[in-house]
Write a protein that binds this ligand. Structure first.
Ligand SMILES: CC(C)(COP(=O)(O)OP(=O)(O)OC[C@H]1O[C@@H](n2cnc3c(N)ncnc32)[C@H](O)[C@@H]1OP(=O)(O)O)[C@@H](O)C(=O)NCCC(=O)NCCS
Length: 147
């Protein structure tokens, strides 16, 4: 049976392993540099949320987010960070359950996230569950390293 629950700091080792799987999946394995202790700390922050999907007690996926505020609307929203289901568990609606669960957490708040242009399967999945997709470029700038 698949269940979904809020993660706690004790889940940090499991979550980091799943985050590494997702990053490997997307060819960015080296980018998951967070330590288990740091992740455990982050999991105690009130603006950070993680839901874990488990089947028969084994973690098989997660969704993570940050609570943010829109200065234009003055409203809080959830910035979804990762959605991941282990490859051998895909196609069994675990991803859909995780999205429904974050939507229950959000209540009336908007949920926003990014998806790679190349990830057409995930885009189809998001459209199917009712999300609106808008194209934008993502900009990154490393802060001044001389101060
Ligand atoms: C996207 C993802 C979370 C969906 O989880 P899931 O449990 O398979 O989702 P569901 O069973 O509820 O729905 C299956 C849908 O996911 C899509 N999908 C995306 N990648 C898939 C994959 N590798 N295998 C099977 N289905 C996949 C299917 O096309 C299907 O959509 P469709 O019914 O419109 O054809 C999961 O495939 C995944 O973790 N993919 C890799 C990570 C990723 O791309 N995350 C999103 C980053 S923005």
């Amino acid at each position: 049976m698949t269940t979904i629950r809020r993660a706690t700091a004790d889940d940090a080792p499991t979550l980091r392993a799943l985050m590494r799987e997702l990053a490997e999946n997307q060819g960015h394995a080296a980018q998951v540099a967070v330590s288990v202790d740091r992740l455990a700390d982050l999991l105690t922050r009130p603006d950070v949320g993680y839901l874990i999907a488990e089947r028969d007690g084994k973690a098989i996926g997660y969704v993570s987010w940050l609570q943010r505020v829109s200065f234009w609307s003055g409203q809080d929203y959830l910035a979804l960070d990762d959605l991941y289901v282990c490859s051998e568990e895909r196609g069994a609606k675990v991803g859909e359950h995780l999205m429904r669960a974050i939507s229950e957490v959000a209540r009336r708040r908007v949920i926003r996230w990014e998806v790679a242009e190349a990830n057409v399967a995930a885009q189809r999945f998001y459209r199917r569950i009712g999300a609106t997709l808008v194209s934008k470029k993502i900009c990154r700038l490393v802060g001044d390293t001389t101060v």
